[in-house]
Design a protein around this ligand. Structure first.
Ligand SMILES: [Zn+2]
Length: 51
């Protein structure tokens, strides 16, 4: 787990990990903002944006 500042609620929060099948989502436990989401084994981001 990692602590980070949420861009939505501006608080330092502990990332909440959600696993749905092969998709892992890290979100803010405070406001529900999605930091990152990726598919396990493929190594690319599916949310929020591509670089
Ligand atoms: Zn938040």
């Amino acid at each position: 787990m990692a602590r980070r500042t949420c861009p939505s609620c501006k608080q330092v929060v502990e990332e909440k990990l959600i696993k749905e099948g092969n998709v892992i989502t890290k979100s803010c436990p405070n406001c529900g903002y999605t930091f990152i989401s990726y598919e396990k084994g493929k190594g690319y981001l599916v949310y929020p944006k591509r670089s």
